[in-house]
Design a protein around this ligand. Structure first.
Ligand code: DSN
Length: 462
């Protein structure tokens, strides 16, 4: 249990429960009465009567998520408790500042949830400091640049089409205009990171920051190799583990802090399975700069409902069940990749060591990523189009699609299910004109999905 005393000197309460009880005449029954308040019990019927369009869209999305196979690697099904906290009165609260030093009153519970989230994040990722306020992955990465660099400073990051991310200084992003991003590329032979190339670019450009961690690179990373290049040229190190933060937490992928990284960023809604948002983890010496860059640098009031949901997510991510989930995500990805390879599909880097893979649909089936995405949508499999290294097509067409297993694994799908899914994918893309077959697959995949529970408490009756 968190020690609330240092941050709440005015209270005599020793636990969160005691603090809560004072609002309910010092009885636990009083606290439990909150379970009867209208927003928890009747909010759906309330929404239905006050805005039926939004109610219908919500219900439609619930059915879509139940009846389809979700393979977008950055999506997941979050916990029912996260949905409760996101829809809670914490959304009403302004809490600019940090625990114990805020600009508004009424912070006793906000301080508790944020302190819990910070401590859990630090323990889970072995970080010297954590900031849990970033509203998204984009602002999270911007805060690192603004916290540690001056405008115009050089950053060495991966080429976007080779696996990097827009927020890693793509020319279209504001970051690309403010900081001077230089690029390393993957090895053209096998698509893996070429450390000779990283070292060459680092020696040439002398960047202030070297960045790794990607959104479409299907391998684990050698952080020690990045750190040694950074040490040689006097650069700071940053890993954006947004995609595989859950797998690092579950200890099935490498942790950049084990090799001395300065900063690690991760979103909370992908493999970590929490609410949408971001976290910046860093060595304690960077704490002040990072916190200042988030508030007042880039953000105002943190979304305390989200911070509460992140705190919950981090507690779950430290459990043995979550470690087992993480292992299964990797096993499912391997099984899916293997089944696709056996059926002649070309995968970027030839396979996967993490939760995702990139199918070269142009080389495998003569189809753009966009066409493949639409075809797979028609049979109830959701993926996203994806550019491949040095893709001649623009991102809205792309030459590939990206698949991942975090969401399917949360629903309880296992290796044999991945083989079934691979069969549907390959036959659909190999026969793009066979509408009758696609309709048959849509029925089959929908029936298949009924075998797998959707977390979040949607008890569908039909
Ligand atoms: N959109 C997320 C992804 O799919 O990788 C990150 O930006």
């Amino acid at each position: 249990m968190i020690n609330i005393q240092p941050r709440l000197p005015a209270t005599t309460a020793k636990t969160v429960g005691e603090l809560a009880f004072k609002y309910y005449k010092n009885t636990r029954q009083g606290v439990q009465k909150t379970n009867n308040v209208v927003y928890l019990q009747d909010f759906r019927s309330l929404l239905n009567s006050s805005d039926s369009d939004l109610y219908d869209a919500l219900a439609g999305e619930e059915y879509r998520q139940r009846d389809g196979i979700e393979l977008i690697p950055s999506e997941n099904y979050t916990y029912p408790e996260v949905l409760v906290l996101l829809g809670s009165v914490f959304t009403n609260k302004y809490s600019e500042g940090y625990p114990g030093r805020r600009y508004y009153g009424g912070q006793e519970f906000s301080d508790i949830i944020e302190s819990l989230a910070i401590e859990r994040a630090m323990n889970l990722f072995k970080a010297g400091h954590a900031n849990v306020q970033p509203l998204s992955g984009s602002v999270m990465n911007q805060a690192v640049y603004f916290g540690l660099l001056e405008p115009g400073d050089k950053v060495l990051a991966m080429e976007l089409s080779h696996g990097g991310h827009l927020t890693h200084g793509a020319p279209a992003s504001c970051m690309g205009k403010i900081f001077d991003f230089k690029r390393y590329r993957t090895d053209p032979k096998d698509g893996s990171i070429d450390f000779d190339e990283v070292r060459k670019q680092a020696r040439r450009h002398k960047p202030k920051l070297i960045l790794c961690g990607y959104s479409s690179y299907p391998r684990d990373l050698d952080y020690a190799a990045f750190q040694s290049i950074a040490d040689e040229v006097g650069a700071l190190t940053m890993a954006d583990i947004s995609h595989f933060g859950g797998l690092v937490a579950g200890k099935v992928m490498n942790n950049p802090f084990d090799d001395g990284f300065d900063v690690v960023t991760t979103t909370s809604h992908k493999s970590l399975r929490g609410p949408r948002g971001g976290m910046i983890l860093c060595k304690s010496k960077h704490a002040k700069a990072i916190d200042h860059a988030i508030f007042p640098g880039l953000q105002g009031g943190p979304h305390m409902n989200n911070v509460a949901a992140i705190a919950f997510t981090l507690k779950q991510a430290a459990t043995a069940e979550f470690a087992q989930y993480s292992r299964q995500v990797l096993q499912n990805a391997k099984a899916l990749a293997q089944a696709l390879l056996e059926q002649g599909v070309k995968l970027v880097t030839g396979g996967t060591d993490n939760h995702l893979m990139v199918l070269d649909t142009m080389a495998s089936f003569g189809l753009t990523g966009e066409d493949s995405q639409v075809l797979l949508d028609s049979i109830g499999i959701t993926v996203n189009k994806q550019i491949i290294p040095d893709d001649p097509l623009p991102p809205l067409e792309a030459s590939g699609v990206r698949l991942g297993t975090p969401a399917a694994t949360t629903r309880g799908m296992r290796e044999q299910d991945m083989r079934t899914i691979a069969g549907w994918i390959v036959r659909t893309l190999a026969h793009p004109g066979d509408i009758e077959m696609h309709q048959q697959f849509k029925l089959e995949s929908e029936t298949f999905c009924r075998n797998f529970h959707v977390p979040g408490g949607q008890d569908f009756k039909n």
